[in-house]
Design a protein around this ligand. Structure first.
Ligand code: ZN
Length: 277
Protein backbone atom coordinates (compact mmCIF):
# COMPACT_ATOMS: atom_id res chain seq x y z
CA UNK A 1 0.00 0.00 0.00
CA UNK A 2 2.77 2.39 1.00
CA UNK A 3 4.58 1.60 -2.24
CA UNK A 4 1.45 2.28 -4.31
CA UNK A 5 0.89 5.55 -2.48
CA UNK A 6 4.49 6.59 -3.08
CA UNK A 7 4.13 5.70 -6.74
CA UNK A 8 0.96 7.75 -6.98
CA UNK A 9 2.61 10.73 -5.30
CA UNK A 10 5.65 10.38 -7.57
CA UNK A 11 3.54 10.30 -10.72
CA UNK A 12 1.43 13.24 -9.52
CA UNK A 13 4.62 15.21 -8.87
CA UNK A 14 6.00 14.22 -12.28
CA UNK A 15 2.76 15.35 -13.92
CA UNK A 16 2.92 18.64 -12.03
CA UNK A 17 6.51 19.34 -12.99
CA UNK A 18 6.18 18.21 -16.58
CA UNK A 19 2.90 19.98 -17.23
CA UNK A 20 3.94 23.10 -15.27
CA UNK A 21 6.64 24.39 -17.63
CA UNK A 22 4.55 23.54 -20.72
CA UNK A 23 1.74 25.70 -19.39
CA UNK A 24 4.08 28.45 -18.24
CA UNK A 25 6.24 28.43 -21.37
CA UNK A 26 3.86 30.69 -23.18
CA UNK A 27 3.98 34.38 -23.74
CA UNK A 28 0.72 36.25 -23.57
CA UNK A 29 0.20 39.45 -25.50
CA UNK A 30 -2.95 41.33 -24.58
CA UNK A 31 -3.70 44.37 -26.72
CA UNK A 32 -6.17 46.65 -24.93
CA UNK A 33 -6.95 49.16 -27.66
CA UNK A 34 -4.92 52.02 -29.19
CA UNK A 35 -1.26 51.41 -28.20
CA UNK A 36 -1.91 49.92 -24.76
CA UNK A 37 -0.48 46.43 -24.47
CA UNK A 38 0.16 43.98 -21.63
CA UNK A 39 2.84 41.35 -22.14
CA UNK A 40 3.24 38.42 -19.76
CA UNK A 41 6.57 36.64 -20.12
CA UNK A 42 7.22 32.90 -19.86
CA UNK A 43 8.24 33.35 -16.23
CA UNK A 44 5.19 35.47 -15.42
CA UNK A 45 6.76 38.94 -15.55
CA UNK A 46 4.20 41.53 -16.59
CA UNK A 47 5.05 44.51 -18.80
CA UNK A 48 2.52 47.19 -19.72
CA UNK A 49 3.21 49.57 -22.61
CA UNK A 50 1.55 53.01 -22.91
CA UNK A 51 -1.23 52.77 -20.30
CA UNK A 52 -4.34 54.51 -21.67
CA UNK A 53 -7.38 52.62 -20.44
CA UNK A 54 -9.97 54.60 -18.52
CA UNK A 55 -10.79 57.06 -21.31
CA UNK A 56 -9.78 54.79 -24.17
CA UNK A 57 -13.00 54.08 -26.11
CA UNK A 58 -11.58 50.76 -27.36
CA UNK A 59 -10.57 49.34 -23.99
CA UNK A 60 -12.94 46.61 -22.76
CA UNK A 61 -14.99 47.77 -19.77
CA UNK A 62 -13.26 45.33 -17.42
CA UNK A 63 -9.91 47.06 -17.87
CA UNK A 64 -11.25 50.54 -17.08
CA UNK A 65 -10.49 49.42 -13.54
CA UNK A 66 -6.68 49.39 -13.55
CA UNK A 67 -6.67 46.66 -10.90
CA UNK A 68 -7.93 44.26 -13.59
CA UNK A 69 -4.44 44.34 -15.10
CA UNK A 70 -3.26 42.30 -12.11
CA UNK A 71 0.32 42.67 -10.97
CA UNK A 72 2.48 44.85 -13.20
CA UNK A 73 6.27 44.68 -12.92
CA UNK A 74 7.30 47.17 -15.57
CA UNK A 75 5.71 50.03 -17.53
CA UNK A 76 7.23 51.25 -20.80
CA UNK A 77 6.19 54.57 -22.30
CA UNK A 78 6.87 55.42 -25.93
CA UNK A 79 6.17 59.18 -25.66
CA UNK A 80 4.27 61.73 -23.64
CA UNK A 81 1.07 62.28 -25.61
CA UNK A 82 -2.07 61.85 -23.56
CA UNK A 83 -3.27 58.82 -25.53
CA UNK A 84 -0.15 57.01 -24.28
CA UNK A 85 0.43 58.08 -20.67
CA UNK A 86 -2.99 59.11 -19.42
CA UNK A 87 -3.14 56.36 -16.76
CA UNK A 88 0.61 56.15 -16.17
CA UNK A 89 0.68 57.92 -12.79
CA UNK A 90 -2.16 55.92 -11.33
CA UNK A 91 -0.95 52.57 -12.65
CA UNK A 92 2.62 53.21 -11.49
CA UNK A 93 1.39 54.07 -8.02
CA UNK A 94 -1.07 51.18 -7.86
CA UNK A 95 1.41 48.56 -9.06
CA UNK A 96 4.72 49.89 -7.76
CA UNK A 97 6.12 49.01 -11.20
CA UNK A 98 9.33 50.52 -12.53
CA UNK A 99 8.66 53.04 -15.32
CA UNK A 100 10.96 53.21 -18.34
CA UNK A 101 10.98 56.02 -20.86
CA UNK A 102 13.08 58.58 -22.65
CA UNK A 103 15.29 60.88 -20.55
CA UNK A 104 13.40 64.20 -20.72
CA UNK A 105 9.92 62.71 -20.29
CA UNK A 106 10.84 60.54 -17.30
CA UNK A 107 12.78 63.32 -15.57
CA UNK A 108 9.95 65.82 -16.03
CA UNK A 109 7.25 63.37 -14.89
CA UNK A 110 9.39 62.50 -11.89
CA UNK A 111 9.96 66.15 -10.98
CA UNK A 112 6.22 66.85 -11.22
CA UNK A 113 5.43 63.87 -8.98
CA UNK A 114 3.42 62.06 -11.67
CA UNK A 115 5.73 59.08 -11.19
CA UNK A 116 8.14 58.12 -8.41
CA UNK A 117 11.55 59.19 -9.73
CA UNK A 118 13.26 56.52 -7.60
CA UNK A 119 11.29 53.81 -9.43
CA UNK A 120 11.96 55.05 -12.93
CA UNK A 121 14.62 54.59 -15.58
CA UNK A 122 15.37 57.52 -17.89
CA UNK A 123 17.22 56.29 -20.95
CA UNK A 124 17.52 56.95 -24.65
CA UNK A 125 17.51 55.39 -28.10
CA UNK A 126 20.15 52.70 -28.53
CA UNK A 127 20.12 51.79 -24.83
CA UNK A 128 19.24 48.43 -23.30
CA UNK A 129 18.07 47.93 -19.72
CA UNK A 130 17.11 44.83 -17.75
CA UNK A 131 15.08 45.97 -14.74
CA UNK A 132 13.35 42.58 -14.51
CA UNK A 133 16.63 40.67 -14.32
CA UNK A 134 19.02 39.65 -17.02
CA UNK A 135 16.55 37.26 -18.66
CA UNK A 136 14.49 40.11 -20.11
CA UNK A 137 16.09 42.88 -22.11
CA UNK A 138 14.37 46.14 -23.00
CA UNK A 139 15.89 47.82 -26.05
CA UNK A 140 14.84 51.40 -26.82
CA UNK A 141 14.64 51.99 -30.58
CA UNK A 142 13.82 55.05 -32.69
CA UNK A 143 10.39 56.23 -33.77
CA UNK A 144 9.60 59.03 -36.20
CA UNK A 145 7.12 61.12 -34.21
CA UNK A 146 6.98 63.99 -31.67
CA UNK A 147 6.56 64.01 -27.91
CA UNK A 148 5.34 66.28 -25.14
CA UNK A 149 3.08 65.74 -22.14
CA UNK A 150 -0.04 67.84 -21.63
CA UNK A 151 -0.29 69.41 -18.19
CA UNK A 152 -4.07 69.40 -18.47
CA UNK A 153 -4.03 65.62 -18.92
CA UNK A 154 -1.79 65.31 -15.90
CA UNK A 155 -4.13 67.52 -13.86
CA UNK A 156 -1.39 70.13 -13.45
CA UNK A 157 -2.50 72.91 -15.79
CA UNK A 158 -3.04 76.28 -14.17
CA UNK A 159 -4.73 78.76 -16.55
CA UNK A 160 -4.00 81.63 -14.09
CA UNK A 161 -0.25 81.14 -14.35
CA UNK A 162 -0.15 81.60 -18.10
CA UNK A 163 2.56 78.93 -18.19
CA UNK A 164 3.03 76.25 -20.83
CA UNK A 165 0.32 73.71 -21.47
CA UNK A 166 2.82 71.01 -22.43
CA UNK A 167 6.06 69.85 -20.88
CA UNK A 168 9.11 68.66 -22.79
CA UNK A 169 8.84 64.97 -23.68
CA UNK A 170 12.16 64.39 -25.44
CA UNK A 171 12.08 62.05 -28.42
CA UNK A 172 9.34 59.56 -29.24
CA UNK A 173 10.59 55.97 -29.23
CA UNK A 174 9.68 52.34 -29.78
CA UNK A 175 10.84 49.22 -27.92
CA UNK A 176 12.09 45.75 -28.64
CA UNK A 177 11.34 43.47 -25.69
CA UNK A 178 13.55 40.40 -25.62
CA UNK A 179 12.01 37.77 -23.36
CA UNK A 180 13.64 34.93 -21.36
CA UNK A 181 13.20 32.38 -24.16
CA UNK A 182 14.59 34.67 -26.86
CA UNK A 183 11.18 35.68 -28.27
CA UNK A 184 11.32 39.30 -29.37
CA UNK A 185 8.44 41.75 -29.54
CA UNK A 186 8.72 45.10 -31.30
CA UNK A 187 6.25 47.82 -30.26
CA UNK A 188 6.47 50.67 -32.74
CA UNK A 189 4.98 53.41 -30.56
CA UNK A 190 3.65 56.15 -32.82
CA UNK A 191 5.75 56.45 -35.94
CA UNK A 192 5.94 57.08 -39.63
CA UNK A 193 7.85 54.51 -41.66
CA UNK A 194 11.60 55.22 -41.64
CA UNK A 195 14.50 53.51 -43.39
CA UNK A 196 16.29 52.56 -40.17
CA UNK A 197 13.47 50.14 -39.37
CA UNK A 198 15.73 47.83 -41.41
CA UNK A 199 18.22 48.06 -38.54
CA UNK A 200 15.54 46.91 -36.10
CA UNK A 201 15.32 43.76 -38.23
CA UNK A 202 19.10 43.47 -38.54
CA UNK A 203 19.85 43.93 -34.84
CA UNK A 204 16.86 42.17 -33.26
CA UNK A 205 14.84 40.24 -35.88
CA UNK A 206 11.56 40.58 -33.95
CA UNK A 207 9.23 37.57 -33.93
CA UNK A 208 6.16 39.72 -33.34
CA UNK A 209 5.59 43.38 -34.21
CA UNK A 210 2.84 45.62 -32.90
CA UNK A 211 2.65 48.42 -35.45
CA UNK A 212 0.48 51.50 -35.78
CA UNK A 213 -1.72 51.53 -38.89
CA UNK A 214 -4.32 54.25 -38.23
CA UNK A 215 -2.80 57.08 -40.28
CA UNK A 216 -3.04 60.84 -39.62
CA UNK A 217 -0.64 60.76 -36.62
CA UNK A 218 1.24 57.63 -37.68
CA UNK A 219 1.74 55.17 -40.54
CA UNK A 220 -1.37 54.28 -42.48
CA UNK A 221 -2.02 50.67 -43.61
CA UNK A 222 -0.03 51.09 -46.83
CA UNK A 223 3.03 52.57 -45.13
CA UNK A 224 2.77 50.05 -42.27
CA UNK A 225 2.62 47.20 -44.81
CA UNK A 226 5.76 48.55 -46.48
CA UNK A 227 7.45 48.83 -43.09
CA UNK A 228 6.82 45.22 -42.06
CA UNK A 229 7.27 43.64 -45.50
CA UNK A 230 10.43 45.45 -46.56
CA UNK A 231 12.12 46.59 -43.34
CA UNK A 232 11.09 45.00 -40.03
CA UNK A 233 10.23 41.54 -41.44
CA UNK A 234 8.61 39.98 -38.35
CA UNK A 235 6.88 36.58 -38.39
CA UNK A 236 3.61 38.03 -37.06
CA UNK A 237 2.01 41.45 -36.75
CA UNK A 238 -0.70 42.83 -34.49
CA UNK A 239 -2.04 46.09 -36.00
CA UNK A 240 -2.61 48.81 -33.38
CA UNK A 241 -3.41 52.54 -33.07
CA UNK A 242 -6.48 52.61 -35.31
CA UNK A 243 -10.20 53.20 -34.85
CA UNK A 244 -9.86 54.97 -31.50
CA UNK A 245 -11.05 58.30 -32.88
CA UNK A 246 -12.58 59.02 -36.32
CA UNK A 247 -9.43 60.61 -37.72
CA UNK A 248 -7.47 57.34 -37.41
CA UNK A 249 -10.17 55.15 -38.91
CA UNK A 250 -8.08 52.92 -41.18
CA UNK A 251 -8.46 49.17 -40.72
CA UNK A 252 -6.57 45.86 -40.37
CA UNK A 253 -8.40 44.68 -43.54
CA UNK A 254 -6.75 47.51 -45.49
CA UNK A 255 -3.43 46.60 -43.87
CA UNK A 256 -3.84 42.94 -44.92
CA UNK A 257 -4.75 43.99 -48.45
CA UNK A 258 -1.67 46.22 -48.64
CA UNK A 259 0.56 43.38 -47.38
CA UNK A 260 -0.54 41.18 -50.28
CA UNK A 261 1.13 37.78 -50.25
CA UNK A 262 4.00 38.75 -47.93
CA UNK A 263 4.82 35.78 -45.64
CA UNK A 264 3.74 37.61 -42.50
CA UNK A 265 0.88 36.47 -40.29
CA UNK A 266 -1.56 39.28 -39.41
CA UNK A 267 -3.21 38.75 -36.04
CA UNK A 268 -6.31 40.89 -36.31
CA UNK A 269 -7.20 40.67 -32.61
CA UNK A 270 -9.89 42.60 -30.82
CA UNK A 271 -8.96 44.69 -27.78
CA UNK A 272 -8.94 42.39 -24.76
CA UNK A 273 -8.40 39.24 -26.83
CA UNK A 274 -5.17 37.57 -25.70
CA UNK A 275 -2.70 36.01 -28.12
CA UNK A 276 -0.24 33.34 -26.98
CA UNK A 277 3.12 32.40 -28.44
ZN1 ZN B 1 -0.80 58.07 -30.27
Amino acid sequence: MVLIRQLLIASALALFFFSGPVMAAQIEVLWLGHATTRITSVNGKVIVIDPFLKKNPKTPLKYKDLKALGKVDLILVTHGHNDHIRDLGELAQLSGATVVGVWELIRNLGALGVIDASKSIAMNKGGTVAPLGRGIKIHMVPAEHSSSAGLRTLGLYNPESGGPIDIEGGAAVGYVIELENGFKIYHSGDTHVFGDMALIHKFYAPDLALVCIGGHFTMDPERAAYAVRELIKPKSVIPIHYGTIPVINRTPAEFKAALGDAPIEVLDVKPGQATRF
